[in-house]
Design a protein around this ligand. Structure first.
Ligand code: FUC
Length: 834
């Protein structure tokens, strides 16, 4: 990289796009460094006298299955609620919803559900290492703490009294353990604890075991967990003293930590004995040397991380420690490489918090220091969990989408019961919040809990996985879930009297409120715009899936017919995209949720070129909503502006997302997003937003650099995925694409928009291992795409323009696949280039 690396006074160089860098230990959780293998998480503080490592395991959830959360007779209240809504008496309808149509019992405990059946995600505990008698060294003693995103390790090094000390920490997916290595003369006392419900004892002279049982929410026993620490020392001694292990004067120490629970729900390891599992994990891992453990972990992480490479230029600001780097950027210093770091951090976090077979990333991914996590660290279905998975497909981490797909599948059975109890309807429904216990009931307050479209929104993630991968087996698996979700909404649409449109109700425009003509505020409504967009998408995708699978002709017809009658997108008298069926005044015009623009992003029925008036209305809505909000809301706005082709505005939002959060929204020193509080959705949403600025594939073509900001005139990206099974590399200079490469499993025609010109080109072939099969010497392809972009053999080959006269079949397929969507409200959605 040309203008790379002006070094900080005391810190060695680090790749500024893949390294978080600090010159002091973490003063708190928000400065500590996240590690994870999808299941076990660790936050490394790096103290010199005392190291704290917050430990997590993705299934440490209190609570339990709650079969009482549905009100069995709720459906009896439905006709009256709907009658009042149809008469415009929303406030009265809302009263009835609050009385008869919320969940039964404590629900989420108003976001504090640790001790009610809903439960909450909790910290597993802390590992404390209290070192000898050393003092905190000054900066001149070369303290350095880094998180290397490429190799997924946290390293700490410093000098003291002329000696070098170092630590390296990582969490291994192949070996299911957290690993640390300490060099230098090492003396410390190790303990394991947690704020409540734990017992730690020394099992022998080199092992500690921490166990406990969480509350099931009914005063009984819930999930049981175990955490087991083993210390292996070279030289010196290790021995148990009470409930600690004491290491004295070792030359080197290897520390292994295993964690397990007996959660046996929709995901996870399905263990019955978590204590025994940790012993097995440690025994297995301990057979390997440190070097073997590290090599296996590096290879595993690299397999995911190295699929994508983004290079943006570094500046002097890029070499600063991360906290000062954020401050410098907010203060006006240029630092395109910081955007690349944020992008890479998002990919890193997904790799570290979501693995096939595991529990999906929650509001904090897997990283929590609390017993009562904010909002229970749950899965919110009205933007948050979906945003977590926005980067999955485009960032070539398609397999990591699976935990969310399994969560969705797990909601079908409880969601059927909820559908019957509240709506007397077929199919399944989920509302606003869920947990590992299959919670699908409405929330405990009508103001937010009545949103009926959580399940429709989840279903987008089934379709998008298909749209990107064209995996028919997956579609076959997902189809019954889509179909039953559609059943639910088909059974629940009602006709509003004025225009005879079909609408949902009762529902909300997520968490927002409006003013009724009599001046009262209300939340509960009929047919909020977001519901209508979601149903156009769901019905369209279900019908398309049925068509592709050659099933359910009659259902296809019904879905198309009802879809055409759904309330359309409307432009309000002041030119905005209207959020509700009526142009109600809003008490909070800058509200954080922008759900009515769902049709612009992540759905794509509103596009810049396909529906310019609606796109202009979205722009107006965004202007009124403003450019300041909560973390995740900033990230969503960034994605909207990218879809509107405004790179500079998207970058303005990115800049706000990256501002030092203080107590507000922005980025915490360790780059975690602050809503506030810490919420990981903003990290994932920002990562996806950067991808959206570089590549889009939702509008019947692949568009290269659709929203490139002026501040990134030069750069390269490799390995992004486009809908239709394509892998895309782009190189640009002076804001113009100079090279690109599009590859797919089968060479095929693809429509691409590049530097303002639309053309049809042939894609290259991808080999089975995902590498392109071009005319370079790919067998010698270096390990990661950065080299591929730079190397002589691996120069990006411009995708070959090709006339298609000689390819009749291809042309036919192309026409089918690439038909431009002109009237998005009228036609079924198809995967853009599938
Ligand atoms: C939604 C948002 C809040 C918060 C919560 C977890 O309710 O409106 O801002 O992100 O989810």
């Amino acid at each position: 990289m040309a203008c790379l690396l002006v070094l900080g006074a005391t810190l060695r160089a680090a790749d500024p796009t893949t390294t978080l860098l600090f010159d002091k230990p973490a003063a708190g959780f928000h400065e500590s460094l996240p590690l994870g293998n999808g299941r076990i998480g660790a936050m490394v503080f790096g103290g010199v006298n005392e190291e704290r490592i917050v430990l997590n395991e993705s299934s440490v959830w209190s609570g339990s299955r709650d079969n009482q959360a549905d009100r069995p007779d709720a459906h009896k209240a439905l006709p009256e609620i709907r009658r009042l809504l149809l008469e415009g008496r929303n406030a009265e309808a809302e009263e009835l919803v609050n009385k008869n149509f919320t969940c039964q019992g404590a629900g989420s405990g108003h976001g504090s559900g640790a001790d009610v059946p809903f439960g909450c995600y909790q910290t597993l505990g802390n590992l404390w290492l209290r070192f000898g008698d050393g003092q905190m060294p000054s900066e001149s003693e070369d303290y350095r703490r880094t998180l290397n995103l490429r190799t997924a390790s946290a390293s700490i090094s410093y000098q003291r009294e002329g000696r070098s000390f170092s630590r390296e920490h990582f969490v291994s997916a192949p070996d299911e353990v957290f690993v640390s290595r300490f060099t230098g003369p090492v003396s410390f006392a190790a303990t394991l604890d947690r704020p409540e419900r734990f017992e730690t004892k020394a099992v022998n002279d080199h092992e500690l075991l921490m166990t406990g049982t969480l509350d099931d929410g009914r005063g009984g026993k819930g999930v049981t967990y175990a955490g087991r620490l083993r210390i292996v020392a070279r030289g010196g001694s290790v021995k148990a003293e009470g409930n600690k292990l004491v290491v004295a004067a070792a030359d080197e120490v290897l520390l292994l930590f295993a964690a397990a629970t007996d959660y046996r729900g929709f995901a996870g390891r399905q263990l019955s004995d978590s204590v025994a599992a940790t012993a097995r994990d440690l025994d297995r891992a301990a057979r390997k040397s440190y070097a073997e453990l590290r090599a296996a972990q590096k290879a595993d992480h690299g397999k995911w991380f190295n699929r994508v490479e983004l290079s943006l230029p570094a500046t002097a600001n890029s070499a600063l420690p991360t906290d000062r780097r954020l401050a410098g950027f907010a203060g006006g210093a240029e630092d395109p490489a910081l955007a690349a770091l944020h992008f890479n951090f998002g990919r890193y976090l997904l790799i570290s918090s979501s693995r096939p077979g595991g529990v999906p990333a929650n509001l904090q991914g897997i990283w929590a220091e609390e017993i009562q996590t904010p909002w229970n660290g749950d899965w919110h279905l009205d933007i948050n969990v979906q945003m977590n998975y926005w980067p999955a497909e485009v960032c070539n981490l398609s397999e990591l989408h699976e935990p969310l797909h399994q969560l969705i599948a797990s909601l079908v059975e409880p969601g059927r019961r909820t559908a019957r109890a509240y709506y007397n309807a077929r199919g399944w429904v989920a509302h606003v919040i869920t947990n590992p216990w299959g919670f699908t009931s409405p929330g405990e307050s009508a103001s937010w809990g009545a949103t009926v479209s959580g399940s429709a929104w989840l279903c987008q993630h089934l379709w998008e996985h298909y749209a990107y991968t064209l995996d028919r087996e997956f579609l076959r698996w997902a189809y019954p879930i889509l179909k039953e979700s559609s059943f639910f909404y088909l059974d629940n649409l009602i006709e509003e009297p004025r225009k005879k449109w079909l609408v949902t109700g009762p529902s909300n425009s997520p968490e927002n409120r409006f003013k009724l003509p009599d001046g009262k505020d209300a939340h509960v409504c009929l047919g909020p715009t977001v519901d209508m967009q979601l149903l156009r998408e769901l019905f369209g995708n279900t019908a398309r899936a049925a068509e592709l699978l050659g099933v359910d002709k009659e259902l296809q017809r019904e879905l198309k017919e009802k879809r055409a009658r759904l309330a359309p997108n409307q432009i309000s008298p002041d030119g905005r995209l209207q959020e509700w069926l009526e142009p109600y005044p809003e008490p909070e015009p800058t509200h954080r949720h922008t759900s009515h623009l769902y049709g612009l992003h992540p759905f794509h029925e509103i596009t810049l070129r396909g529906t310019p008036e609606l796109a202009a209305a979205c722009r107006k809505s965004l202007e009124v909503r403003g450019d300041d909000s909560n973390g995740w809301a900033l990230a969503w706005r960034m994605n909207f502006w990218a879809r509107l082709g405004d790179g500079d505005r998207a970058h303005k939002l990115l800049k706000t997302l990256l501002r030092p959060a203080g107590g507000g929204s922005g980025s915490l020193p360790n780059l975690f997003d602050s809503c506030p509080p810490f919420q990981i959705d903003g990290n994932f949403g920002g990562c996806a937003g950067i991808a959206e600025m570089l590549l889009q594939s939702h509008a019947g073509e692949i568009e290269l650099l659709p929203a490139l900001p002026k501040t990134w005139p030069t750069g390269k990206v490799a390995g992004l995925r486009a809908r239709g099974g394509f892998t895309v590399d782009i190189e640009w200079n002076d804001g113009k694409v100079t090279n690109y490469r599009i590859a797919a499993k089968e060479a095929q025609a693809v429509k691409v928009r590049v530097n303002g010109e639309v053309k049809t080109v042939n894609s290259e072939r991808l080999r089975n291992d995902g590498e392109r099969e071009g005319d370079g010497n790919h067998d010698e392809m270096p390990e990661h795409p950065k080299d591929r972009l730079a190397g002589r053999h691996h120069e990006i080959h411009k995708a070959r323009d090709k006339k298609l006269e000689d390819a009749r079949d291809r042309r036919r397929i192309t026409r089918q696949r690439l038909s431009l969507q002109t009237n998005h409200n009228q036609r079924l959605t198809t995967p853009a280039v599938a």
